[in-house]
Design a protein around this ligand. Structure first.
Ligand SMILES: Cc1ncc(C[n+]2csc(CCOP(=O)(O)OP(=O)(O)O)c2C)c(N)n1
Length: 291
């Protein structure tokens, strides 16, 4: 038994050291933040897939979540605010063999970067997007954003937010994503499975991970510690596999619907490209065009 535990500890260390730039630690995240949990589940998913590490590339924008790209020992690109998706699109087109994923925050992907998100989904670009949704602009001090639940207090809505938030899963599905799932940081195994399922698909996939930000969101909304928010997730999450994404809007105090909501097939951007260019690969098609 002792040996088994020892092996597990060694495996864990090996996995973490394999995927994290240990020289960059300690990380910048606050105690109780859920980004590390989301990252850990993602690393477990990558480690357990039959894909060589050098084939992965990760792209992020700016924000607390976006720091993930700097900590991951992959080909990592920490780009400008809101521009992770166009950057990732370029990367995928330049080297279609790469497994390109985007790991970024809700503000980065859906406020400043919202337009890029919907068009990549419409094109069914072969990108795997993982969004940590902490309901707020974490890095810049907890301002209200496009995912802040109605009535929640933030540094710029001290009496409560009076706007409705985006339902990110519905937005992704409506724009054309072929895989859409939502979990919280309480659902570590489900996140791992979703990441693996997303990588197994062609086309644009979206995973939303609801995460605590005790420092600037929780402290103003009755969840002063990360644990308080995790208990809330545990008590209020309701798994509804295959739920219609329009029915999974988030309201604090109500049931938080999680699960895999969309899993379908349609031609990806690259499928359409090869349809047009026959068997020619992307690289060759560019050569033909240049001639
Ligand atoms: C063009 C531009 N506008 C604004 C900012 C300031 N800024 C940096 S991070 C950030 C918000 C990040 O929020 P989110 O993506 O939700 O990530 P979190 O920090 O909550 O993980 C903003 C507005 C910036 N860096 N660049």
């Amino acid at each position: 038994m002792g040996a088994l535990i020892e092996d597990a500890v060694i495996d864990n260390e090996t996995m973490v050291e394999r995927f994290l730039r240990m020289d960059r630690l300690p990380h910048i995240w606050c105690p109780g933040c859920g980004i590390g949990t989301a990252l850990r589940s993602t690393i477990e998913a990558l480690a357990d897939m039959d894909i060589p590490q050098e084939e992965f590339a990760v792209v992020s924008g700016i924000g607390c979540t976006a720091r993930v790209a700097g900590y991951l020992k992959l080909d990592s690109f920490h780009t400008t605010h809101g521009r992770s998706i166009p950057f990732a699109t370029g990367l995928k087109l330049a080297n279609p063999k790469l497994k390109v994923f985007v790991f970024s925050g809700d503000g980065d992907l859906f406020a400043i970067g919202g337009n890029h998100f919907i068009h990549a989904a419409r094109r069914n670009m072969d990108l795997k997007v993982i969004c940590v949704n902490n309901f707020i602009y974490g890095m810049t001090g907890g301002q209200v954003g496009c995912t802040t639940p109605t009535h929640s207090k933030t540094s710029t809505s001290p009496y409560g937010n009076y706007e409705p938030p985006f339902n990110l899963c519905f937005l992704a599905a409506a724009a054309g994503a072929v895989y859409v799932a939502r979990w919280t940081t309480f659902h570590v195994r489900q996140i791992k499975r979703s990441v693996q399922e997303a990588f197994a698909k062609r086309g644009f996939t979206f995973i939303e991970i609801i995460s605590p930000c005790p420092t600037v969101f929780g402290s103003r909304n009755g969840f002063p510690t990360g644990l308080d928010m995790m208990k809330y997730f545990k008590a209020n999450s309701l798994t509804v596999a295959g739920a219609d994404p329009r029915d999974v809007e988030i309201e604090m105090g109500g049931k938080l619907k999680v699960g895999k909501f969309v899993d379908n097939e349609r031609p990806s951007f690259q499928d359409r490209l090869s349809e047009m260019w026959g068997d020619l690969g992307l690289e060759e098609s560019r050569i033909v065009e240049a001639e």
